[in-house]
Design a protein around this ligand. Sequence first.
Ligand SMILES: C[S@@+](CC[C@H](N)C(=O)[O-])C[C@H]1O[C@@H](n2cnc3c(N)ncnc32)[C@H](O)[C@@H]1O
Ligand SMILES: O=C(c1ccccc1)c1ccc(O)c(O)c1[N+](=O)[O-]
Ligand SMILES: [Mg+2]
Length: 214
Amino acid sequence: TGTTRPIRILQFVQRCAKHGDALSVISAIDSFCSKVEWAMNVGDKKGEILDAIVLETRPRWVLELGTYCGYSTVRIARLLPPGARLVTIEMNPHYAQVAKEVIQHAGLEAQVELLVGSSSILIPQLKKKLDIEKFDLVFIDHWKISYLPDTKLLEECGLLRAGSVLLADNVVCPGAPDYLHYVRNSPQYQSQYYQSYLEYLQVEDGLEKSIFLG
Ligand SMILES: C[S@@+](CC[C@H](N)C(=O)[O-])C[C@H]1O[C@@H](n2cnc3c(N)ncnc32)[C@H](O)[C@@H]1O
Ligand SMILES: O=C(c1ccccc1)c1ccc(O)c(O)c1[N+](=O)[O-]
Ligand SMILES: [Mg+2]
């Protein structure tokens, strides 16, 4: 039995990226996934939109749903102001282990809280687990069928405040139609679509930014 794709991504990072240099980790993964093996990272094009929204939001508390190999985790954590924290949830223990090592290679482990488990189980435990009040920014990038139920769960658990920003990946491809309809039609959200492309491909995709109005 050979290796897994996440392991091959990690090995490339460990071989080609400079320890403690987040940008070199990001470009190593983008290089590997655009030239060697496609992988479901948010990627460089949508990643630039993600970066801009992190910088614009200046979040103290960030939640990421879906870690995979930690590519977007590193993209976000490298831009956080001192003292800010990124909580990332991943249900696959193998992916979580790879992500842990990628985040460590980038030197960002102090800013990141990586939780292994299902979002629907962990979200209701977050207030107890962490001395957290509300999330300022949520990056939604796990299985597309979970976007809507988990958004409603975040509302019910009182983890969003007026002004909290939800940023959802893949609202076009593979798509999250029920989520999109909800945030675009609910009076509780102000939504905006950022057109881009599916990671490493010439297929349309985009991010939806939705501000919770409270
Ligand atoms: C597209 S990948 C995440 C990519 C990552 N955000 C990036 O851009 O580098 C989706 C991940 O979400 C995880 N996942 C899917 N549903 C989940 C759930 N309900 N709770 C926790 N993790 C979940 C999958 O195991 C997978 O690793
Ligand atoms: O669902 C897929 C998918 C579907 C089919 C084959 C490969 C991946 C996918 C594609 C691009 C993404 O950015 C992404 O986040 C996901 N995902 O799994 O969450
Ligand atoms: Mg995605």
